[in-house]
Design a protein around this ligand. Structure first.
Ligand SMILES: Nc1ncnc2c1ncn2[C@@H]1O[C@H](COP(=O)(O)OP(=O)(O)OP(=O)(O)O)[C@@H](O)[C@H]1O
Length: 643
């Protein structure tokens, strides 16, 4: 069951800590379920059935197969509370023992279906590619099989075992879990917070386990309630047709006996039908109540609700349709050196004689294959470098290839992107080697979140709405830096204070929707700083923020960068930000490098017409750039003083 924090009234007015106005009331999904009368009724019925099944040997007055031939089809009395069947067996005892077998076999069916459908759906949805195509083929074949005929064939081949039948039915119904999981995963796999988790250094398994699995968890619970009900109905249907094992007391076998004697003793049919009807009805109601409880919760959670709610709503439907259809930082962070020896060994060295920079991009070309077989270049022959303690701005209009260049350093290019030329080196080692046609994820993974950090453009989209801010700061630190949770929490609180958050404890416990955009960006900056990286890549870090907050965030970045002596790549379309923060600037247009040099030189005397145009558009109606030059000198003097 998905549970959130207990009921917690939020601030009534604007929160001085979070900057967020309004009232936030959060209550647990489980409490919501308990407030729903139908939910309580369903839980009560199912609880009674489970108690009956578990304690059958104690509760039942007779053995399930004890027959009193002298008392067949007897009416209820004090000895046989629900009467006897055609063989003189006690109906109440058989209902109780039947509950054991019926419920356990339904759970077996759901377990088999989950064991097959959930992991395959997660992998197919997250990775796509060949596995996705192949598993879709298998699923289509499974769904096209006539379920009842398959079950009859299995019964003929393996005998009337209810277990075999339910394992087979579990396999037949597993496509419903596969499809549900796959579509839910596809809806979140391109979310920015999944990219952010990747950049923070989390492995694919951790990302799937935390950010992706949390989306499918609720629909899977709902689907399982529906599948159990369907399994009971199918199993009882087979037994009702006389295809069950008559030596085992199940509700289906009892239905069969009751039907044969319906005119002589109608109650013999009534009791197992009632037990079955109540159980299936309770499972359906429980599924609906869980969905309602989670939809309320999702409304509080915000953006994530789309994926979860859609998947949640799809859960019952897909289960039913499946059944119907067929059945280094050694210099700057010495205390991390121990935690990241692998990072250094994983990247191949560059050739001798190569000039050493923190980042060196050489004649880089990035392209995307087109339908006609050609490759469209979006980055073409771009070369620049970044040294420690230096801020390099990449500036250009929208679509000029700034982000693609930054992503090729981070290893965040889409799957279909191709490196068509050039290399990238990080701290003297290739991350894109001369022969590579893709950015090698394996070489970047040990560096991201340890030596290379990323500050994204849209702070809110880069935080997972399902987890608290504290959790999202602590988890990568525990995983990537190998420190304990307590150490990570202490460090997270200090980082939150360092980035200017007034009440770190409150923000640590808050969910992303409870903080303002400016606060969220500070949280992401804190996360990026947590590993004291050698290189920070900030992709338009202030674009999504309002003007006053932009200035604060830029101040913060400038302060942290000069204090920690990191290299920084700042992607921006704003020359004002470049003038304010950068030492050198790379100007890009249509994927090509137009001009590169010290900020002061480029601002004072831009050589290229495109740079002049960009500057002119920025300075329209404003003070001339002499102020910028002075500002830049002052910044440089401050930096020198710090060093
Ligand atoms: N997945 C993709 N497939 C094909 N082309 C792409 C893909 N991603 C980006 N591009 C193209 O690459 C070019 C450069 O995009 P990029 O995102 O680097 O621009 P940008 O300068 O960062 O712009 P913005 O400031 O708007 O983010 C654009 O023409 C874009 O259409």
């Amino acid at each position: 069951m998905t549970t959130l924090a207990s009921t917690r009234p939020g601030p009534a007015g604007p929160d001085p800590d979070t900057g967020q106005a309004g009232t936030v009331v959060r209550s647990s999904a489980f409490l919501r379920l308990l407030r729903n009368p139908l939910g309580i009724a369903a839980i009560a019925v199912l609880g009674a059935m489970v108690v009956l099944a578990v304690f059958a040997p104690v509760i039942a007055p007779f053995d399930q197969n004890y027959a009193n031939i002298a008392k067949t089809l007897a009416a209820p009395d004090v000895v046989n509370l629900l009467g006897t069947d055609s063989a003189g067996r006690d109906i109440f005892s058989r209902i109780a023992f039947g509950a054991q077998l019926t419920l356990a076999s339904a759970l077996l069916c759901a377990a088999v279906a989950i064991a097959i459908g959930l992991p395959t759906g997660l992998i197919a949805g997250y990775y796509g590619g060949f596995f996705d195509s192949a598993s879709n083929w298998v699923v289509s074949i499974l769904m096209s099989l006539p379920g009842l005929i398959v079950l009859l064939t299995i019964r003929a081949a393996f005998g009337p075992s209810v277990w075999t039948a339910m394992i087979a039915f579990g396999i037949l119904i597993s496509p419903s879990y596969f499809r549900l999981t796959r579509s839910a995963v596809q809806s979140v796999r391109n979310e920015l917070y999944v990219d952010a988790a990747r950049v923070a250094g989390l492995s694919d398994a951790s990302i799937i386990g935390r950010h992706v699995f949390s989306v499918v968890r609720a629909p899977i619970i709902i689907q399982t309630a529906a599948v159990c009900g369907i399994a009971i109905a199918i199993q009882s249907g087979l037994e009702f047709l006389g295809l069950g094992d008559p030596s085992q007391a199940t509700w289906g076998v009892m239905l069969n006996d009751g039907f044969k004697n319906v005119y002589l003793a109608p109650t013999v049919l009534l009791w197992p039908a009632l037990a079955m009807g109540l159980t299936i009805g309770a499972l359906v109601l429980l599924g609906n109540a869980v969905r309602d409880a989670l939809e309320d919760t999702d409304r509080v959670r915000g953006r994530r609700s789309g994926a979860t709610t859609a998947a949640t709503t799809a859960a019952l439907g897909s289960a039913t349709s499946a059944a119907m259809g067929s059945t280094s930082g050694a210099d700057t962070a010495p205390h991390h050196a121990k935690a990241r020896p692998v990072a250094k060994a994983a990247v191949p060295p560059v050739e001798d004689g190569t000039e050493h920079h923190l980042v060196k991009v050489t004649h880089l070309g990035i392209g995307y294959p087109q339908a006609d077989g050609s490759i469209k270049k979006v980055v073409d022959d771009v070369s620049f470098h970044v040294d420690r303690g230096e801020v390099v701005g990449i500036v250009g209009e929208s679509g000029s290839g700034k982000s693609q260049t930054a992503f090729s350093i981070l290893g965040l290019l889409p799957d279909n992107a191709r490196v068509v030329a050039g290399t990238v080196q990080f701290d003297g080692k290739y991350t894109v080697a001369p022969a590579d046609d893709r950015v090698d994820e394996g070489r970047l993974r040990p560096l991201r979140g340890k030596r290379i950090a990323y500050i994204p453009q849209e702070p809110m989209s880069n935080l997972d709405p399902a987890f608290t801010i504290g959790y999202q700061l602590v988890t990568p630190m525990v995983r990537v830096l190998g420190i304990t949770k307590a150490e990570a929490k202490a460090r997270a609180l200090k980082l939150l204070a360092d980035v200017g958050i007034p009440h770190p404890e409150r923000t640590f416990a808050a969910y992303p929707h409870e903080v303002s955009g400016g606060m969220a960006q500070r949280v992401l900056i804190a996360g990026a700083m947590s590993c004291e990286p050698d290189l920070i890549i900030a992709d338009e870090p202030t674009t999504a923020l309002d003007v006053t907050v932009q200035a604060e965030v830029l101040d913060l970045l400038r302060d942290l960068q000069s204090r920690l002596g990191m290299g920084m790549i700042l992607v921006t379309h704003n020359f004002g930000v470049v003038a304010d923060l950068c030492d050198r600037v790379v100007v890009m247009q249509n994927g090509r490098l137009v001009e590169e040099g010290p900020v002061r030189d480029i601002l004072r005397s831009p050589r290229e017409g495109y740079t002049q145009m960009l500057l002119a558009s920025m300075l329209e109606g404003k003070e001339p750039m002499t102020t910028l030059g002075a500002q830049s000198s002052q910044k440089r003097a401050e930096k020198e003083a710090v060093r």
